[in-house]
Design a protein around this ligand. Sequence first.
Ligand code: FAD
Length: 318
Amino acid sequence: MRLTDHIARRNGKTLFSFELLPPLKGENFESISQTIDPLIEFKPAAIDVTYHREEIIYKEREDGLIEKRTVRKRPGTVGISAAIRFKYNIDVVPHIICGGFTREETENALIDLYFLGIHNLLLIRGDNPVGEKVFRPEPNGNHYALELVKQAVNMNQGIYLEEEIVNAHPTGFCIGVAGYPEKHAEAPNMAADIAHLKEKVDAGASYVVTQMFFDNAAFFRFEKACREAGITVPIIPGIKPLSTKSQLSALPKTFSIDLPEALFKEAEKCSNNQQIRQLGVEWAVAQSRELIQAGVPVLHFYTMGKSDNIRKIAESVF
Ligand code: FAD
């Protein structure tokens, strides 16, 4: 079922969804099940599966020369999405990115997904490969998420890259896109970022999922600004419980977000990661309760592959 249909039928209740990462290459489906199983009783409306592009690594060879290699550490998004859908009979939302894909490869991936009965997509640009400052699309690849949305919307209208196809079957993807309550790192200002978000929605995206944030005020400001800009689709807040001390510097750096002073001060008092994890749960429970009170359609949780803390939050709020 389309995520927007779940939202339409929620009867005022806030739904639960979460995102997981494909495991590192060499692992099996068991590690995915270990993340999902503890969360099943909270009836997730959907499970997102992230996409991880290749990384460039440099290895020193025996002759002293440096060799540049491309490695993909977390492959398997399409296969994992299908496995989850068929094992759990839960709707999945694979993430599809621009980076590393030609438009042809994107089309083929979407065709595979559609044949597998996967009709929800989160379409994003993707991050730059580690060590590269500027995002570079593939030759004949999509540069911005907007172009990716337009490609999927074309397929929904039966328009494929090969123009000669006659009577082509339209797909029926429900398309989500990303939004940033604290602004995307590369955007010059919030208004410009929201204007680009609106372009994605106007092109055919049916809902927005936000980057993680730890201060609900940032989400409420963003939501208000989106509504004022004419974005009317559901906006789904993304929640990530703090779970290690190293995240105090890693999260702001990686995701271009702020940690509220009160959370930071409490985290500094923690002497180990177990205490941080507990603090992270308590903070996320408070955030979730306020967001539910405000009537958000779905609470979307970033698991980062571990679900014990998400389970504790879900037990408190659902
Ligand atoms: P876009 O919407 O293309 O925007 C990128 C930047 O360009 C923004 O600053 C925007 O304001 C600007 N912009 C947009 N259109 C234009 C234009 N026409 N001209 C000039 N500037 C423009 N990354 C992954 O690699 N894999 C994942 O699975 C993944 N999942 C994510 C899930 C969520 C919910 C979120 C919030 C992010 C996720 N990301 C993921 C990270 C995401 O790929 C990065 O944040 C990326 O840098 C931007 O993606 P986007 O789709 O928002 O890009």
